[in-house]
Design a protein around this ligand. Structure first.
Ligand SMILES: [Zn+2]
Length: 305
């Protein structure tokens, strides 16, 4: 394929949640106390919407149902600006801490909440903390039952809090349901998988390296799947007292540079453009089962590479 890397779009995804919803702080912050914390998600997401508008980019906003309940006008602004509204669940529960029934209830409720608030169909789901793994074999079946068409919940790396290092790196059809799973971008480096899709990696490393990694993903024939949270462009957020040092460092590293880095990533042009919504980047794959796919040893149908 001639010049294939130039025509594969990147996908910008934002997990719309508060700084105090983060799983690493769950042992410090009681969820019953969430309403008492200062809400900063609306102002931060508005700044991201402005950055996207300035750069002519669209993206997918995986949004918590509880954020939609508290900030309905924000949800409508996301939709009105031409972005895809998708679900990050209702209450930011890790999938592996739920059972099938409570998970189904959570993903159903969040989809209905978001669709009622935003007035747009919700097709996609991203699990809190990328928490679909071998502990939740019922997850895709429940997502299909709740009306979802795809998931982007897998971060196939080794990590102390989440991730499944044996899961496919490229988009695949989950064997029992046929549901499309679109993993977060990773790279192979000397036989090891390294995170390259956004979040702390994006905050920590130079933009040139981020761009190079996205170009490598395109060279593999797969749209880079980039993710960020609104709190990651907010260096003024209140610090979480009592959290473990590792969690605090991970949460705060590079916060001060992140907003301008995001602006430059989106405005940079060249091989990093265009940025688009998940449902547009995967339009064909969401609507047609691939005629020819390569099944891996677990029966996953791999869609690229
Ligand atoms: Zn989250």
């Amino acid at each position: 394929m001639e010049n294939a890397t130039a025509i594969i779009p990147g996908v910008l995804t934002i997990d719309v949640e508060e700084h105090f919803h983060v799983h690493a702080f769950s042992s410090i912050i009681d969820r019953a106390d969430w309403p008492n914390h200062e809400s900063r998600v609306e102002a931060n997401t508005d700044r991201i919407l402005q950055i996207f508008a300035d750069g002519g980019a669209t993206g997918t906003f995986f949004t918590l149902g509880c954020v939609a309940d508290r900030h309905p006008a924000l949800i409508r602004r996301i939709v009105d600006a031409g972005h895809e509204l998708a679900s990050h669940g209702q209450g930011h529960y890790a999938v592996f801490n739920q059972n099938r029934a409570t998970f189904l209830e959570d993903v159903r409720r969040s989809r209905l909440t978001l669709e009622d608030t935003g007035g747009a169909a919700v097709r996609g789901y991203r699990a809190a903390s990328f928490s679909i793994d071998a502990r939740s074999p019922w997850a895709y079946e429940a997502l299909a039952e709740a009306g979802y068409d795809y998931s982007s919940s897998s971060h196939p790396i080794t990590h102390d809090l989440y991730g499944d290092p044996d899961a496919p790196r490229h988009p695949f059809r989950e064997p029992s349901t046929g549901m499309l799973e679109i993993p977060i971008t990773t790279l192979l480096w000397r036989g090891r998988r390294i995170p390259a899709g956004g979040g702390g990696f994006f905050r920590m490393f130079p933009l040139a390296l981020v761009r190079a990694n996205m170009a490598r993903m395109r060279a593999e024939g797969v749209p880079p799947n980039f993710y960020l949270h609104p709190w990651e462009i907010d260096p003024g957020q209140p610090r979480i007292n009592g959290a473990p040092l590792k969690s605090r460092l991970r949460h705060t590293i590079g916060l001060g540079r992140c907003e301008s880095k995001l602006q430059r990533l989106i405005a940079s042009g060249g091989s990093d453009k265009p940025w688009t919504r998940m449902d547009e980047a995967y339009h064909g794959w969401l609507n047609d089962f691939p005629a020819a796919g390569n099944a891996d040893s677990d029966g996953h149908t791999i869609l690229a590479g």
